[in-house]
Write a protein that binds this ligand. Structure first.
Ligand code: GDP
Ligand code: ZN
Length: 296
């Protein structure tokens, strides 16, 4: 017997796997096969004692990682389609926060989407001069989808379901921007789903520590992983950084030195493009600041 399924929760040595028909079972994970992550597509067979066991993990399209101990990357989910970067007028994001998140999402090979939550508070918000929230239109021009939501008033969360449909997404952002509120609004049966997942394994699913894949009413999936990226990201290197600025791409390879970091070296095509007004000054400055804090 061999069947295919999707991992909804991973507890390390076992977890909840959903079959294509929607049935869910508790499956054993074996070290020899590797550790399945939430979002993994797996093959399931039968162990000697008749219990279901993962026999293979299908190749991953991508891994979503968080900064673990000592800044090491730790994979917590697989096969995501998009990362929703949630920002809000309170707490106001620091000037490079959005770039930091964009760099991280690009480096994982996942599509970033910006979500402005608490949008109903924008009119009254006193934003600092270099607030990323003043740049939302420019992010749109750079090609990033920007959606406005509110869990408390207009415009509501109606912009989200069409974007989440038939995709697997995760919400990231600073503590207090409204990620839990958005998840609760998107998943009216969140507690029921959590309870049902716990019953499959016969163990409590501790939503304060466990990464869980929920099913959205619109048909997509939402991965909830408490606290991811709230307290920082792994240390980026120069390559990862530059990859987070897609508008640099057209000029890569045109610098005088082919190991140019675009940090003030002579003959830098990126700097020339900034001076010519082809690359936004504030984006370049953000890159330069992040580069100073980057791993060499
Ligand atoms: P999280 O830390 O990102 O999960 O944020 P929470 O969902 O816990 O929300 C933080 C606070 O912001 C709570 O007091 C929420 O009630 C509030 N909040 C969430 N969404 C909105 C919104 O759209 N508008 C306003 N005004 N407050 C919101
Ligand atoms: Zn350069």
């Amino acid at each position: 017997m061999s069947d295919r399924g999707l991992v909804l929760v991973s507890h390390g040595s076992h977890g909840v796997v959903e079959f294509q028909g929607g049935d869910r079972i508790d499956c054993l994970f074996r070290r020899s096969v590797g550790r399945p992550l939430c979002g993994d597509r797996v093959e399931i067979g039968q162990a000697e004692n008749q219990s279901a066991v993962v026999t293979a993990i299908e190749p991953r399209r991508n891994e979503f990682v968080r900064a673990g101990a000592r800044g090491r990357k730790q994979a917590i989910a697989a096969n995501l389609d998009q990362v929703l970067i949630v920002v809000a007028p309170t707490p106001e994001p620091s000037r490079d926060l959005v770039e930091r998140y964009l760099v991280a999402v690009h480096s994982l090979g996942i599509r970033p989407i910006l979500v402005l939550n608490k949008a109903e508070c924008m009119a009254a918000a006193e934003l600092s001069p270099d607030s990323p929230l003043r740049r939302l239109e420019e992010y749109r021009e750079l090609g990033y989808p920007v959606l406005a939501t509110s869990c408390k008033g207009a415009p509501g969360i109606t912009a989200l379901p069409p974007t989440l449909e038939a995709t697997t997404s995760i919400l990231v952002g600073q503590s207090g921007v409204g990620k839990s509120s958005l998840a609760n609004a998107l998943l009216p049966d969140l507690d029921l789903q959590t309870g049902a997942l716990s019953r499959v394994t016969g163990k409590g699913t501790h939503t304060t520590t466990t990464t869980v894949m929920y099913t959205l009413p619109c048909g997509g999936r939402l991965i909830d992983s408490p606290g991811v990226w709230e307290y920082g990201l792994w240390t980026m290197n120069q390559r990862e950084l530059a990859g987070g600025f897609p508008e640099f791409e057209a000029y890569e390879g045109n610098c005088r030195f082919n190991d140019c970091c675009h940090a003030g070296e002579p003959g830098c095509a990126i700097r020339d493009a900034v001076d010519a007004g082809e690359i936004r000054q504030w984006r370049y400055q953000s890159y330069a600041r992040l580069l100073e804090q980057a791993a060499s």
